[in-house]
Design a protein around this ligand. Sequence first.
Ligand SMILES: *Cc1c(COP(=O)(O)O)cnc(C)c1O
Length: 468
Amino acid sequence: MNTDLATSPDVRRTLPSVDQVLNWPIICELAEHHGRNLTQKIVSDELNRLRIDSQPCAPDQFVEHVQQQLLQLLAPSLRKVFNLTGTVLHTNLGRAPLPEEAIEAMCDIARSASNLEFDLDKGKRGDRDSHVEAWLCRLTGAEAATVVNNNAAAVLLTLNTLAKGKEVLVSRGELVEIGGAFRVPDIMRRAQAKLLEVGTTNRTHLRDYVEAISARTGLLMTIHASNYSIQGFTASVPEPQIAQAAHAQGLPYAIDLGSGSLIDMRQWGLPYEPTPMDSIAHGADLITFSGDKLLGGPQAGLIVGKRALIDKLKKNPLKRALRCDKLTLAALEAVLKLYARPEKLAERLPSLRWLSRPQKDIRQQVDGMLAVFQAWSGDAAQVLAVDVMGQIGSGSLPVERLPSCAIALQPTAGKRSANKQLQRLQSALMQLPVPIIGRLHDGQLLLDLRCLDEERLLVAQLRAQPFA
Ligand SMILES: *Cc1c(COP(=O)(O)O)cnc(C)c1O
């Protein structure tokens, strides 16, 4: 007696049909639970696979396969992970985590109708920017503000509005690529603006700008060197001088700050990052920066500056295409309001809390967890504490690094197989229910604990699924 689905030499003849399998009570139940079309597709794929493999497969095993496939398909693809890379604002890992205030605001707005574009005083159509504009102005000292989907969109909108069909003067040393296909020359072209490089890669002088200005000029622009620095024999023109040169010819001056912080980061022992307030004081007419970099909020592109120019941006049809949604605005409003009490900011904003964590504190956490990781890896790795340098990330403060501490997993295998072992360790950590993401460095897997909040969850899953 044999209940295997495919034991005969000609399996094609003995395999049940899709319809037959769909009538098995347990498969019916799965279909009821997870959807008939999806279940049918998986059953059909599994049967095809058996037909090709000609491997024996008991019905129980078959059902289990189908069930596993269903669960895998329906499990969330976008999941939370432990960011132990040492890069706090990691673009591939979603940049800034949101503070509770922002999460609550988003949930509230997600669940019901809202006054997104409805003026409750006048009872008529309103402006979605109104929920954050006053706060952006209050915090930056700007006359007006608008918000789009991200900073790349902010730059695109600025260029297209102020310099469509005209020339934009940018110092050659600022023509950067900021990861993930944001290249200043490409954005210029897409915005239908014409890039005019001034100066040289390492040195640009005021006269370079002045001599380049013509009847074709639409805008002068500075792009903050986010993810690199030019050192040595260098010269760049101070922003107030560029502003003056622009204004003398009746031209606007824009600054893309990239990260842009709303407060002086030095109070938390971090290096100084230029602020929109600086840029306004320097005479810039429009300033663009990200919502999810140092600001610590949701993905958004913030544009602040002169009222007349912001009004122009808002009238550009591209604004409609680049606008952000109600959830982003809800989160952004909540985050901006946290800046009203800067002294509490490092407690409330997770990104700032992590950025300002002292190395000593991280080292203590590392010491406390060495045994857990040693037990997890068994004799596959030697586990030790090492001092490392982390990064702020997202191109903020590129040269500055954060003194931190990490758990290092060093494969015990001999030289030849050490690399394979290292990859197996890395992949085992990434296969955990909440994946642990570290970084490989010098034959070690480094787990920087700067951004580790949920220590108990991490420990529990390491104990539940040991490597060895
Ligand atoms: C990060 C950055 C951008 C892109 O911002 P996103 O919010 O990622 O779209 C543009 N310019 C500069 C200078 C940046 O640092």
